[in-house]
Design a protein around this ligand. Structure first.
Ligand code: NAD
Length: 260
């Protein structure tokens, strides 16, 4: 018995990183998974690897028409939808006063509008299926500040707000809505060397590891598989009495300050 037997879940940003691990774990737990992303080659490859209970569609989360098509594709392939993981996101480093308006709006479009559109278009399907779950991907920067990621942090705080309101409005339809707030996770977003090994030499890699050893109480960066397990918990019956909450998963980074 899998924890998601019979469930049909849309995962955005599923071509790599946390979304890929969520899609893989959900499929292993019995769910049919619709993977959405803008990296078509990688997304198709992950879906192919997962076999018949997975399908990839191009889903730019900031485009309403893509959501309409993705929901239709999920229903056509799997009959219904009863879960959503709003995972897709982008990160830009910049000082606030130096951030071009276009860059700020681009981050908002993907991270914040993307999550809003996901809730808007998928929640009615979950209600029609008799209930379901939505897991939004915020960040620890949605709960604390972090210099030089102002646009990103603003969208991640907005996702916590969206999560609470969606939980209140959708509870009567049997839909639970929660948010994950990961700390640093070892994916291409936080470790660009994964995409372009030449961009990080051994010294830079060791400097990153040393930084995490110092600032994260558990002494290391998180693994995408660990975030996927939280997404599974929030999507499965194991979290049946939980809704409207942000869950921090950061190795203790935001627990407080240690003087020693
Ligand atoms: P990642 O960059 O490896 O994966 C992000 C995925 O989203 C990619 O596959 C990318 O193609 C996809 N994507 C980007 N724009 C998209 C769009 N418009 N439509 C659809 N898909 C799009 O990074 P990740 O760490 O796996 O990120 C997953 C989520 O976790 C993001 O929301 C991110 O903000 C959040 N997060 C990451 C970290 C971290 O340290 N890696 C920490 C906290 C939160």
């Amino acid at each position: 018995m899998g924890k998601l037997d019979g469930r049909v879940v849309i995962v955005t940003g599923a071509a790599r990183g946390q979304g890929e691990q969520e899609a893989r774990l959900f499929a292993a737990e019995g769910a049919a998974v619709l993977l959405g992303d803008v990296l078509d080659g990688q997304g198709e490859a992950v879906a192919k690897d997962l076999g018949g209970a997975a399908r990839y569609v191009r889903l730019d989360v900031g485009r309403q028409e893509d959501w309409v098509a993705a929901v239709a594709a999920a229903k056509e392939s799997f009959g219904r939808v009863d879960g959503l993981v709003n995972n897709a996101g982008i990160l830009r480093f910049n000082e606030l006063t130096a951030t071009p308006l276009e860059e700020f709006e681009q981050v908002v479009r993907v991270n914040q509008v993307g999550a809003f559109l996901g809730i808007k278009h998928v929640a009615p399907e979950l209600a029609a299926a008799g209930g379901g779950t939505i897991v939004n991907t915020s960040s620890y920067t949605g709960l604390t500040g972090m210099a030089y990621v102002g646009a990103y942090a603003a969208t991640k705080a907005a996702i916590v707000g969206l999560t609470r309101v969606a939980a209140l409005e959708l509870a009567a339809s049997g839909i639970r809505v929660n948010a994950m707030c990961p700390g640093a996770v070892d994916t291409p977003m936080a470790s660009p060397g994964q995409v372009d090994p030449a961009s990080l030499d051994d010294e830079a890699r060791e400097a990153m590891a040393e930084l995490y050893r110092k600032v994260v109480p558990l002494g290391r960066v998180g693994r995408p598989e660990e975030i996927a397990r939280l997404a599974l918990f929030l999507t499965s019956e194991d979290s049946s009495y939980i809704t409207g909450q942000p869950f921090v998963i950061d190795g203790g980074w935001t627990a407080g300050v240690s003087l020693l």
